[in-house]
Design a protein around this ligand. Structure first.
Ligand code: VGL
Ligand code: ZN
Length: 217
């Protein structure tokens, strides 16, 4: 697959709390970091997202009496999975993984910073109506095709891909550069949702080694 100057790599939530030792650790998450670093070198444009929660965030089990992580509550905007407290703003847990090295990343988009609404997607908060501004940014910059990688496959990567596609961007998930949280059925549901939305899953070796920047500039 040949890359174009209007392609962008979206690196979702590669943060300490989502990696082993973190508050919401995802198995084997460290393994994707070198892969993402080398993928990023092939893209002219890279955007990082950073999950960024205040204290007492709605998605924290500790915010709700008698609730435990991984249970679901009915939020005003619909069902909300509860999580351990994670990526508290300006903590080490919220920082990017120390091995993530993408000096040419052009934008760091923070999400999930409103106490009363979670945001899995890089485009829309979990009410599916509050935009993060990313679609407008991409359109103004004429970035038309999205390649997604990062954490977690079955949550933030999934919802970012679905929304990106629905907002009119050509959208592709680089599956081996993601890892799942893996709650009950979450991986199978993600596979089905991506297929239903016609979002291809590819493997990183399918992306051409040729650096589009060399052609474009
Ligand atoms: C994520 C659960 C809670 C993610 C973020 O990045 O996929 N998952 N917050
Ligand atoms: Zn979160």
């Amino acid at each position: 697959m040949q890359l174009h100057p209007t392609d962008v790599l979206l690196v979702i939530d590669v943060q300490n709390d989502f990696t082993p030792g973190g508050a919401l650790a995802i198995a084997d998450a460290n393994a994707i970091v070198p892969l993402i670093n080398s993928l990023a070198k092939k893209f002219d444009h890279v955007i990082l997202t950073q999950d960024w929660h205040p204290t007492q965030h709605i998605s924290f089990a500790t915010t709700h009496p008698h609730k435990r992580p991984f249970e679901t509550i009915e939020a005003p905007y619909g069902p909300q999975t509860l999580w351990p407290e994670h990526v508290l703003q300006h903590t080490q847990g919220a920082a990017f993984h120390p091995a993530l090295s993408i000096p040419h990343a052009e934008l760091i988009l923070r999400k999930g910073f409103r106490r009363h609404i979670d945001s899995y997607s890089a485009f829309m908060e979990n009410d599916h109506t509050t935009p993060t501004g990313l679609a407008g940014y991409l359109r103004e910059r004429n970035l038309t095709r999205l390649f997604l990688c990062g954490l977690a496959y079955d949550f933030c990567v999934r919802y970012s891909a679905i929304d990106g596609k629905a907002l009119g961007f050509e959208t592709i998930v680089i599956e081996d550069a993601t890892r799942p949280v893996n709650l009950t059925h979450s991986i199978a549901e993600t596979n089905a949702a991506l297929a239903a939305a016609h979002i291809p899953r590819i493997q990183s070796p399918e992306i051409s080694a040729e650096i589009s920047a060399d052609i474009a500039k």
